[in-house]
Design a protein around this ligand. Structure first.
Ligand code: IMP
Ligand code: MG
Length: 187
């Protein structure tokens, strides 16, 4: 990124305002608390984009749970594209064998990252494995993914905020927004 990000002037449009996000997270947390009642759950979140969602979702859940964190990165491609080749930068810190596991994701775009992750985690023999994503961008899907819990379906636009970045910035915007075209061009 060759210019200094400017939270006040770079945002073209707010797609999902903060109260709408928070209401959805509360709703998902309540549903998950019912669905996993009596089954201690392990939330596996994927750094760094899922951090705010994970932090809010776990506090919206009223059942006992543990968390673990992975970090993956896709090889190559432009900043706004993913290549499908996934590298594990940080692995699970504890075994998930025999555990009920829920993957907590920020966004599913092509689905390539999650497709890799699901196969990787299934190989560790969890008792169950489901997917919860805040955002679903189905327009660009390349592999079929069964999404068990979904916050919002969004159009094919590159979004930032609430964990999602452009050139590593804008993750701390409290809403989901779209940047001005000239900002995307300047990376
Ligand atoms: P996929 O492998 O194409 O599904 O991409 C998943 C990853 O790409 C996400 O976890 C994000 O890190 C990133 N990504 C995809 N779409 C967006 C977007 O609109 N804004 C920011 N990051 C995105
Ligand atoms: Mg990312």
């Amino acid at each position: 990124m060759h210019r200094t990000p400017d939270h006040t002037n770079d945002v073209a449009e707010v797609l999902i305002p903060e109260p709408v996000l928070q209401a959805k997270v509360a709703e998902l947390g309540a549903r998950l608390s019912i669905d996993y009642a009596g089954r201690p759950l392990t939330l596996v979140s994927v750094l760094k984009g899922s951090l705010p969602f994970m932090a809010d979702l776990m506090r919206a859940m009223t059942i006992p749970l543990t968390i673990d964190l992975m970090e993956v990165s896709s090889y190559g491609g432009a900043v706004t594209e993913t290549s499908g080749l996934v590298r594990i930068l940080k692995d699970l810190s504890k075994t998930i064998e025999g555990k009920d596991v829920l993957i907590v994701e920020d966004i599913i775009d092509t689905g390539l990252t999650l497709n890799y992750l699901v196969r990787y985690l299934r190989g560790k023999n969890p008792a169950s494995l489901r997917i919860c994503t805040l955002l679903d961008k189905p327009a660009r899907r390349l592999v079929e993914i069964d999404i068990d819990y979904r916050g919002f379906t969004i159009p094919d636009r590159f979004v930032v905020g609430y964990g999602l970045d452009y050139g590593e910035f804008y993750r701390n915007l409290p809403y989901i927004g779209v940047l001005k075209p000239e900002v995307y061009g300047a990376a």
